[in-house]
Design a protein around this ligand. Structure first.
Ligand code: ADP
Length: 483
């Protein structure tokens, strides 16, 4: 309501309006004498209307503030306009029983036929202040450095952890742009990111590309993790950023990685060295005459066992590497045909030994792929060694290479016992071995197919069981063709 509209109005006319107001309304004249109050005033302050009318307004003000209040009152009379009283100040009011409570007060001048009156809308903000205290308490209790900014990126509030972590005191931060806490090289990106966030705010980790860093007052940086949450307030949207220093976690991770790398390097070396020497010496021994046929047989058992153990060690180490950081491959442009041929040739002695017929079918032209020769060879070896393991004597294993659309397909088909499982895909799980494999005591650790799958995935290829029954099993690997 403006002063013009009320010009000439009689104070008693205002009664109805005052009663409709949600706040305690107190109307005083230019001497500070209470002229009108509404029912809310009686309720909030504990006075009856009769006790207030004609009294100086200071009865509603704590004694310690009387003098200040009178001064402000006379200043207001010189320049009366609608405004809130002492914005930013902690205003307090006094009840009849002498108790005090926090208030917010809006003032408005009223021109009446009895001269200038001033209406004060008094709102009890006890609950609001309690909530604010609670909020601040929570903010200070948070384990992270909490920075609260408004929608223009200006810092509104910080907690003690911010002071400690960033080396600023609160006074230096509040009112500053939040980019003061961001390394300069990220500042531009941060501004863009911030505007984007304000447009669609929700609780989530801050996801700028790459690792996040924060900047201390002295310019030094530290790695952080940041979670953002929007806070709807009367003053508009605020954004709270919980900033966690992850230097220590990083350091521990690096230390763990280093110890792990060292451990695997040592284990791998310690396990492999004796096996390699066993293999070497059994070869030398086999060349020495005289050696009985039985001795020769024993020697070949030793050599085979050492080879198997060496493969197992390699598989275990490969698996650890895969789980750590995925399988690293060194792809090059190559023709698949010789890779398949080499794998089949390498399996021949073993096939003869276990009396299995080995056949191969390849196209008469190059099959170009972008692949890691050794790893791909290892994948084919794995399938062939399984085929030979799970096929009884007298059976056959057939390896074929062909083109299918934009893929090269390698199939390994055997006439063996079949997988015999409800879910054939389980055989690609780490350490998984089928019931039949265990029952028939076929040697193996359940690692081969896991590694084979990882090799194919690293090449953006696929592996699947295309057939498996009592008549045998067929595995198919597909690799994208080049060109
Ligand atoms: P391993 O052969 O060391 O047991 P793999 O990961 O290579 O481990 O294979 C997992 C399981 O898949 C085998 O134990 C076996 O049960 C089944 N499997 C793999 N290849 C064949 C096959 N050609 N015929 C029948 N079962 C197979």
């Amino acid at each position: 309501m403006s002063a013009d509209q009320d010009a000439g109005r009689r104070p008693s006319d205002l009664g109805g309006l005052l009663e409709a107001a949600p706040d305690a309304m107190v109307v005083i004249d230019s001497r500070g004498i209470i002229q009108l109050v509404n029912a809310q005033t009686e309720r909030v302050f504990g006075y009856s209307r009769g006790e207030l009318l004609g009294q100086p307004v200071e009865v509603l003000v704590p004694a310690s503030l009387h003098e200040l209040h009178r001064k402000h009152r006379s200043e207001y009379l010189h320049e009366p306009h609608v405004r809130s009283m002492g914005s930013g100040l902690d205003l307090r009011a006094r009840r009849r029983d002498g108790s005090e409570f926090p208030v917010e007060i809006s003032l408005a001048p009223l021109e009446t036929d009895q001269g200038l009156l001033i209406s004060a809308a008094v709102r009890d903000v006890t609950a609001k202040r309690r909530e604010e205290r609670l909020f601040r308490g929570l903010l200070e209790a948070a384990p992270d450095a909490m920075v609260i900014v408004d929608n223009t990126g200006t810092i509104v509030l910080v907690n003690a952890q911010v002071e400690e972590k960033f080396g600023y005191n609160r006074g230096e931060l509040v009112g500053q742009s939040v980019e003061i806490l961001v390394p300069e090289r990220f500042a531009g990106m941060h501004v863009a990111f911030r505007s984007g966030y304000v447009a669609g705010p929700r609780t989530r980790p801050m996801g700028l590309a790459g690792d996040l860093f924060a900047r201390r007052k002295d310019g030094s940086e530290f790695p952080v993790e940041i979670s953002l949450a929007p806070l709807e307030t009367e003053e508009g949207l605020l954004v709270s950023a919980a900033v966690r220093d992850i230097s220590e976690r990083r350091r521990m991770q690096e230390e763990t990685d280093r110890v792990k790398d060292e451990f695997f390097a040592t284990v791998s070396h310690e396990l492999r060295t004796p096996l390699t020497s066993m293999l070497g010496y059994s070869e030398l021994l086999a060349d020495l005459e005289p050696l009985s046929p039985q001795g020769r047989r024993f020697l070949s058992v030793i050599a085979r066992s050492a080879e198997r153990e060496l493969r197992l060690v390699d598989d275990l180490l490969t698996l650890v590497a895969i789980e750590e950081s995925g399988l690293a491959i060194r792809p090059e442009l190559l023709d698949l045909e010789p890779v398949v041929r080499d794998a089949v040739d390498a399996a021949r002695p073993r096939a003869e030994e276990v009396d299995i017929e080995l056949s191969m079918e390849v196209p008469g032209f190059p099959v170009p792929v972008d692949a890691d020769r050794d790893r791909l060879g290892q994948a084919i070896d794995n399938l062939m060694s399984n085929a030979l393991k799970f096929t009884p004597a007298g059976g056959h294993v057939h390896v074929s290479l062909r083109l299918a659309d934009t893929f090269a397909e390698i199939e390994v088909a055997d006439s063996g016992i079949g997988i015999g499982e409800q879910d054939p895909n389980r055989i690609f799980e780490r350490l998984y071995r089928s019931g039949t494999a265990i029952a028939q005591q076929v040697p193996g650790a359940g690692l081969g197919l896991t590694i084979t799958l990882a090799i194919l995935e690293a090449h953006r290829g696929m592996i699947s069981v295309v057939k498996s029954d009592e008549a045998g099993t067929t595995f198919r690997m597909s690799l994208p063709l080049v060109g």
